[in-house]
Ligand binder design. Structure first.
Ligand SMILES: *Cc1c(COP(=O)(O)O)cnc(C)c1O
Length: 352
């Protein structure tokens, strides 16, 4: 007799990771194209040697460093096994079967998965001109809603909501509904009118800000991110549902090293390069006739509609792997200048 598993598993959407193809350039997963920061790598030899020991289950040192840097009490900071894991924990602590999760669409593809795993219902609110329609998202909140995800800048469009719209949204959403502001691409934001969620936490106990070391800091392979909570009860809940020892010591120590001044300097240089390349790639694509909305992240979105799958296949033939969303568009990560040149050659060849 077959083992009885939860019915929900039959309809659970799968997470489609960016493809890795030997000898092809991978611009599909919003990773930095550069290896981990040299300062961080130099720090990890001793940690690796101590791998016979379990990690600090509370990530105490990293939590304290993040609390200090963000001027929050340590009781409102939680380190997790990547911010995806924290997304799942946030749904777990706020919803029961039948409760609702609201998010804009298209946004980060992990949101429907973590909602479905929890047995929550989802309400998807279409983007408007490729940007989160926060007014419509506030209107979509019902008595059954427990959590709203706002991805800012948004993956996969790169677009960002502005401060006035976000504060109006926070004022409109009832205080008992958790608002999760996913700022995975925070380090790439240059527009001063794009809010830093951290500054809104003290006025909004129902707000949680998610950050990660996976993108700008170059630690996607180590799995470490963190939550900054408006209220201590949310942070406590996150720790209650955390899988014990979920964050390895290597990840904790690498993240801690990322916060040291030497690493910050290295990071700054890399981010500057990405920002210059983001402008160059976006402008070149627009000159070729592509519709590319303004981006505040380390990727661009090409609104290709029905052409998307063929276009992405055309890129792959030229050994450039992008991330297509069939029927909608393609997301392309900003790589090194050489990688971007190769991508632009492919895009030029495929332009109409
Ligand atoms: C990449 C990404 C993350 C990061 O996830 P980790 O688990 O920290 O690697 C989170 N949210 C969004 C929107 C992302 O694009």
């Amino acid at each position: 007799m077959a083992v009885r598993l939860r019915e929900a598993l039959a309809t659970l959407p799968g997470y489609v990771g960016g493809r890795t193809v030997p000898d092809a350039i991978k611009l599909a997963s919003n990773e930095t194209p550069y290896p981990a920061l040299p300062h961080v790598v130099a720090r990890l030899t001793d940690t690796l040697r101590a791998a016979n020991r379990y990690p600090d289950p509370a990530s105490s040192k990293l939590t304290a460093a993040l609390a200090e840097r963000n001027e929050l009490p340590v009781t409102r900071v939680v380190v997790g096994c990547g911010s995806v894991s924290l997304c799942q924990q946030l749904v777990q602590i706020s919803t029961q079967v039948g409760d609702e999760v609201v998010y804009g669409w298209r946004a980060f593809e992990a949101y429907p998965i973590v909602a479905a795993i929890a047995g929550a219902a989802h309400t998807r609110v279409p983007l408007r001109d490729e940007v989160h329609d926060l007014a419509a998202m506030a209107d979509a909140v019902t008595d059954a809603t427990r959590l709203v995800f706002v991805c800012n800048p948004n993956n996969p469009t790169g677009t960002a909501v502005r401060t006035a719209d976000l504060t109006a949204f926070l004022a409109a959403v009832p205080d008992h509904v958790l608002v999760v502001l996913d700022e995975a691409y925070h380090e790439f934001v240059t527009d001063p009118d794009v809010p830093d969620g951290r500054t809104l936490l003290d006025d909004h106990p129902n707000l949680v800000v998610l950050r990660t070391f996976s993108k700008a800091y170059g630690l996607a392979g180590l799995r470490v991110g963190y939550a900054l909570a408006g209220d201590q009860s949310v942070a406590t809940g996150l720790k209650q549902v955390q899988v014990p020892f979920a964050v390895s010591q290597l990840a904790q120590d690498a993240a801690l090293a990322c916060l040291e001044p030497e690493a910050e300097k290295e990071l700054f240089t890399r981010v500057e390069t990405v920002l210059a390349e983001r402008a160059r790639v976006g402008n070149a694509l627009r000159e070729m006739g592509y519709a590319v909305p303004p981006t505040q992240a380390n990727f661009v979105w090409l609104a290709l509609g029905e052409r998307t799958a063929d276009w992405a296949a055309g890129c792959a033939e030229q050994r450039v792997i992008v991330r297509p969303f069939a029927g909608e568009g393609a997301r392309v990560t900003i790589g090194t200048p050489d990688e971007n040149d190769q991508f632009l050659d492919a895009a030029r060849a495929l332009a109409e």
